[in-house]
Ligand binder design. Structure first.
Ligand code: NAD
Length: 349
């Protein structure tokens, strides 16, 4: 029999089941706040990170993407898909998993489900950005697109920004009914709306999280009043946008990583040199965020690798002592590192 593998050969794996247990144990709003803090810390360390637009493989039906980054000590990547047609077949639009590895030896140190974690980190990012850009005292949000991401967006906006009133709209009334039912009893003031325009009534923040693999126009220019903060997260791949371009012309646009957002974000509709502000510079205080109460701020959020890295770091730091992971036998790790073949032979004897 082969000798028992050393500790390094096992990789902690967080399953969907264990991720759900962890979220309940920490508390979802605490978890959103914790992830937002890690994302904020990593934005402050922005210049340290290896950065590249995500590596996307497009098909007629959707996209499969790899999102790698490293801070020099830890390497991370996420595998994620985006298939808007999936829900019609009983499948999710977005599923994901991710990994952290030790840069010093290349060994993985964490493998995790990231479908739930992506919803958490996307919501945490939206709310973190809104903390810097939304009008002071904003308490009402229009939530357009009431699918898988929507409730997470609502909870993060409350936990981090104090949003308590939600105006929900989806082209599919069943999606709005689902979100209303999930959010009922969580202390929000909820209104189901008949149109996107109706949802915008009295809102200081609007989140668009719709899924459609085409240039859609969820918001038109006439619907957007002065002073609003737009959190546009649904347009996140080439050919897929949510806002009319006239809105971009009236807004100050904030992005994560311009080389990626210019390919995937709302600004793909604009010329290459369309001015944008990078969020890490707002967070470090190098440039201003919201300057006045009439300004329209637009977060053109596409989701960047450092946010997944931050979320994985947060999960790794919560795991100790919880038992909420399995040890995966994922690395060969022979006794003699050069005798891989010998290890295989001994296993067959
Ligand atoms: P989902 O399919 O579960 O929900 C999308 C909802 O949008 C559906 O209920 C659909 O009926 C609705 N919708 C479609 N067109 C609409 C329209 N014109 N007006 C109103 N509602 C409309 O998808 P999801 O997982 O909630 O993701 C939503 C979007 O967010 C997707 O495009 C996804 O790719 C994107 N996303 C972005 C990030 C990011 O970091 N920016 C992260 C995760 C997901």
């Amino acid at each position: 029999m082969p000798a028992a593998p050393s500790k390094l050969a096992y990789v902690p794996f967080v399953s969907v089941d264990n991720m759900m247990r962890l979220i309940h144990r920490v508390g979802i709003e605490e978890m959103l706040k914790g992830i937002a803090t890690y994302i904020e810390d990593d934005f402050r360390r922005w210049e340290l990170f290896d950065k590249t637009p995500r590596v996307a493989s497009h098909s007629d039906e959707g996209v499969i993407e790899l999102m790698p980054t490293s801070d020099g000590e830890v390497y991370g990547f996420k595998y994620v898909n985006g298939h808007p047609k999936n829900t019609r077949e009983g499948l999710q639009t977005v599923t994901a998993f991710g990994l952290l590895a030790d840069v010093s030896n290349g060994y993985p140190v964490l493998l995790s489900e990231m479908t739930l974690l992506t919803a958490l980190r996307t919501a945490a990012t939206s709310a973190l950005v809104a903390k810097y850009l939304a009008p002071k005292g904003a308490d009402t949000m229009a939530l357009i697109g009431n699918g898988a991401q929507s409730e997470f967006q609502a909870l993060a906006m409350r936990a981090i920004c104090g949003v308590t009133k939600l105006r929900l709209y989806d082209v599919d009334p069943a999606a709005t009914a689902k979100a209303m039912s999930n959010l009922e009893g969580l202390g929000f003031d909820l209104t189901a709306c008949k149109s996107a325009q109706d949802a915008m009534e009295g809102a200081q923040i609007v989140t668009t999280c719709t899924a459609d693999k085409q240039y859609a126009t969820i918001l038109t220019d006439n619907m957007v009043g002065a002073g609003i903060h737009i959190n546009a997260i649904g347009g996140d791949c080439p050919g897929k946008t949510e806002l009319h371009k006239d809105i971009l012309l009236r807004s100050d646009v904030f992005v994560e990583y311009p080389p990626q957002t210019r390919i995937e974000g709302e600004i793909q509709q604009m010329p290459e040199d369309f001015p944008v502000t990078e969020m890490w510079q707002v967070i470090t205080g190098a440039v201003p965020g919201r300057r006045d109460s009439a300004q329209i701020t637009l977060f053109d959020g596409v989701g960047f690798a450092t946010e997944d890295f931050s979320a994985l770091r947060f999960v790794r730091d919560q795991l100790e002592g919880t038992g909420l992971y399995q040890q995966l036998d994922m690395l060969a790790d022979p006794d003699d590192p050069r005798d891989l073949f010998g290890m295989l032979q001994r296993a067959g004897s």
